[in-house]
Design a protein around this ligand. Structure first.
Ligand code: ADP
Ligand code: MG
Ligand code: ZN
Length: 477
């Protein structure tokens, strides 16, 4: 029998807010232990939380970006459990009325039909992060700086089918979140953590197999490796006739294996109940409109638009999407120009090369984007050769002087005046009777030599194509 893997991810993302979820303590990474704390995030009795409005905005913005519904009523609930790194013996989260639900994410994935896969998003709800346990030789310590940091949990439907697909999904998801300023998604700083749920079933079956949950993964390559271990393990087991049971496992990155942690509690073990200290959240249309105004152009949309509007090859569009600053520079230069590909070449190749060479950044570039359009136009209209354009570009990069002025100053303009070229061509033919005769006798290659002579005589300023045409014409007469 053929089997398939079924994977659903619960992705926790720290939101990019100035302060924590319920208090004014800074939401900041790397401060000395227990310096960003107050009675509220330390869970002292009698304190009252106040919801961070920016965290609510970022949650709803995520909902919009993931094509979710945004209910007009959401609320917070207490999830009761005790862990040493949680100062309260509960976590405030959104249980049955989350801020956003029922969406989807389309992302590029090679193995999918037409290269795009869709994963449905069950919900994205707001909760709070816990502190961090640190284990030393003889004792352990708890750092509560992270306790109460706003945390978004994005739950996917079990629509993923392979480790590579899970990896591509995580990349796309965090791309969107960082692009929209929702989270920095810095994995090194633990800003993204993921619970990986995976089961196997006969291919084509509609029922789900027993779910194994691998907890608290903090790198995408780790997720991929854990799945590359866990899927074959489950397949082996079912092929041997073993019945898998729902359980929670831990990924041991050093050994490269998953191992049992505990059999999974059911949801009711948490004794959820509505958080009595917080009002339900009922966004108004005006508030939602404000959030919608913050929806940015997403990477995939952007790439498709660049391909469509500027007729760029996919590779160019990808570079100008991945590097947003270069992309903006390109758009400023290419807007309305007849040959955007020429500008893309300058922006993708020459400009970054110069920036690297001089260790400068795009922000400190001396010339405005429009000058690139002018430069491209000088080439496209035959005023200068593309070789000259390289020199003009170098000069413009150093001085910030506009290309037409450089061309004028240096007398670089290509001679495209037919009369002037005819004069030079006639001179060359007269001085080189041998090659001229060869050409007339049918030796086509002789034309190149004569063309070279015209270029030399003109100090490389003649328009080479035109020089060729004129020579041909004169030699036929
Ligand atoms: P819980 O509330 O116990 O964490 P859920 O049923 O809400 O469990 O699912 C959590 C995650 O597990 C979701 O991402 C979901 O898509 C995924 N999931 C649920 N059942 C399965 C299964 N049998 N195989 C793989 N993933 C699953
Ligand atoms: Mg779970
Ligand atoms: Zn605090």
């Amino acid at each position: 029998m053929e089997y398939e893997a079924v994977i659903g991810l619960e992705t926790h993302v720290q939101l990019k807010t100035k302060s924590k979820m319920w208090c004014g303590c800074p939401n900041e990474f790397g401060a000395p232990p227990n310096t960003n704390v107050c009675p509220i995030c330390l869970g002292m009795p009698g304190v009252l939380p106040v919801a961070n409005e920016e965290a609510l905005r970022l949650t709803v913005l995520t909902g919009y970006l993931l094509n979710c519904e945004i209910p007009r009523f959401a609320k917070f609930d207490r999830k009761n459990y005790f862990y040493p790194d949680s100062a309260k013996n509960y976590q405030v989260t959104q249980y049955d009325r989350p801020s956003t639900a029922n969406g989807w994410l389309d992302f590029e994935f090679e193995a999918a039909p037409e290269g795009v896969a869709r994963v449905r998003i069950t919900r994205a709800h707001l909760e709070e992060d816990v502190g961090k346990n640190n284990h030393f030789d003889r004792h352990s310590g708890v750092d509560f700086n992270r306790g109460g940091v706003p945390l978004l949990e994005i739950v996917s439907e079990p629509d993923l089918r392979s480790s590579d697909m899970a990896y591509a999904y995580l990349r796309a998801l965090t791309d969107i979140l960082s692009r929209a300023g929702i989270s920095d998604c810095d994995l090194e700083k633990g800003m993204v953590r993921c619970d990986v749920n995976v089961s196997v079933r006969p291919k084509g079956s509609n029922t789900l197999g027993a779910k194994i949950e691998i907890k608290n993964m903090n790198s995408f390559s780790g997720v991929r490796r854990a799945l590359d271990y866990e899927i074959p393990r489950q397949l082996d087991a079912v092929r041997r006739g073993e019945v898998l049971r729902q359980e929670t496992r831990r990924w041991d990155d050093v050994a490269g294996i998953t191992e049992p942690m505990r059999s999974k509690e059911d949801a009711h073990d948490y004794r959820y109940f509505p958080e009595p200290d917080l009002m339900p959240f009922e966004p108004t249309e005006a508030w939602l409109e404000e959030v919608r105004a913050r929806i940015p152009e997403l990477p995939r949309q952007r790439k498709l638009r660049l391909i469509k509007d500027f007729e760029l090859p996919e590779g160019d569009a990808q570079v100008l999407t991945d590097n947003l600053a270069l992309g903006h520079f390109f758009e400023a230069a290419a807007a309305g120009y007849r040959n955007p590909k020429a500008i893309a070449n300058w922006v993708i190749n020459n400009l970054p090369a110069k920036l690297t060479e001089t260790s400068t950044t795009l922000e400190s570039v001396k010339f405005p984007a429009e000058f690139l359009r002018e430069l491209a136009d000088l080439v496209d209209s035959g005023k200068i050769s593309s070789k000259m354009a390289q020199d003009v570009f170098s000069e413009m990069f150093v001085s910030g002087v506009r290309p037409s002025a450089i061309v004028e100053q240096k007398g670089l303009a290509q001679v495209s005046d037919t009369g002037a070229i005819e004069k030079l061509a006639a001179e060359v033919i007269a001085a080189n009777p041998g090659p001229a005769g060869d050409y007339r006798a049918g030796k086509v290659a002789a034309l190149n030599f004569l063309k070279g002579q015209v270029m030399k005589l003109s100090k490389s300023k003649a328009n080479p194509a035109l020089a060729g045409e004129v020579l041909e014409r004169l030699l036929k007469d």
